[in-house]
Design a protein around this ligand. Structure first.
Ligand code: ATR
Length: 283
């Protein structure tokens, strides 16, 4: 860690935090740009969040990323929250703007950046399906609507949760579906992009797939999993067998990190450089 007094400190906070790829990603980008910034992982228990934020202000932290389980809990402690993060109900990036803590959410925008760079996918006018209706799905759903998708389907095991998300999205292009019904698979057949946001298939339980059928996939689909450990989940493997274009969660992590870096430093960085660091950490 850079301990020079003129260094600009940044961090990722969460509980637990030891497996985060963010310190490696940000420090590599600082090094490449020859910037006197440093970035550390700090374990913050949810019960200690208020005092921890006061400490970060007092110590002059430039900004920090926020991960599980603090993304929603942090909102009441912030001085200001931008409108997209308010809609999503979660903050993953906080900037210390002259002693005022301002919250943003770069998860969805990072995801869209990754789609463009990795798959050449333009969301405008496209039919998109999200599997899952949790925090990650919320961030993607609000941002995909801002990116002008033509239809957005939320498929979830607990249909009520998908319906609740649709109500929050409050948009006539959005539809809730039951993950287990054959008619949901027919909808997926006609989608351009299908995204898994559930944790099903994540290391170490790599033999699981969030859908009971992958018959709907064809070579016209883009299929994305936001999991990056393993690099290729069973969901992606099965979609790949049908010729779909694939992308894993390293892109979203790198994309959100790239945007956070811009908030912290006021400079741009390379998405590919950050993605390379995430991939070094993937199993
Ligand atoms: P996150 O914030 O990471 O999105 P979350 O809020 O716990 O996490 O949401 C997890 C999502 O994965 C939910 O959509 C959950 O479905 P339910 O709402 O029905 O619980 C989904 N999920 C988790 N385990 C699943 C499983 N075994 N099969 C299908 N969906 C699953």
């Amino acid at each position: 860690m850079n301990t020079k007094s003129d260094s600009r400190l940044c961090a990722v906070i969460g509980h637990p935090i030891s497996h985060s790829a963010s310190p490696a990603m940000h420090n590599k980008a600082y090094e490449e740009a020859n910037l006197d910034f440093s970035y550390v992982g700090i374990d913050v228990h949810p019960d200690d969040l208020g005092p921890a934020l006061e400490r970060f202000k007092a110590e002059g932290f430039k900004g920090f990323n926020v991960t599980v389980p603090l993304k929603e809990k942090i909102i009441p402690f912030l001085d200001d929250v931008d409108s997209l993060a308010v809609s999503i109900g979660a903050v993953n990036t906080v900037v210390n703007e002259r002693g005022r803590l301002v919250g943003y959410n770069t998860d969805g925008r990072g995801f869209i950046h990754a789609l463009t760079e990795d798959l050449g996918f333009d969301c405008r006018g496209k039919r998109v399906a999200i599997i899952g209706a949790g925090g990650a799905a919320r961030a993607l759903a609000f941002t995909l609507l801002q990116a002008f998708v033509s239809e957005l389907y939320i498929l979830n095991r607990t249909v009520k949760r998908a319906n609740d998300l649709c109500l929050d999205l409050n948009n006539d292009k959005v539809f809730a579906l039951d993950i287990n019904l054959d008619e949901s698979f027919s909808v997926l057949e006609d989608c351009d992009l299908v995204i898994n946001t559930t944790s099903v298939g994540m290391y170490p339980l790599v033999d699981a797939c969030p859908l009971s059928s992958m018959e709907w996939v064809s070579d016209k689909h883009c299929v994305v999993d936001i999991i990056y450990k393993p690099k290729e989940t069973l969901f992606l493997k099965e979609a790949g067998k049908k010729g779909a274009k694939l992308s894993n969660g390293a892109g979203m992590l790198a994309g959100q990190g790239m945007l956070a870096y811009e908030y912290f430093t006021g400079q741009e960085t390379s998405y590919q450089l950050m993605k390379g660091e995430v991939e070094k950490n993937g199993k």
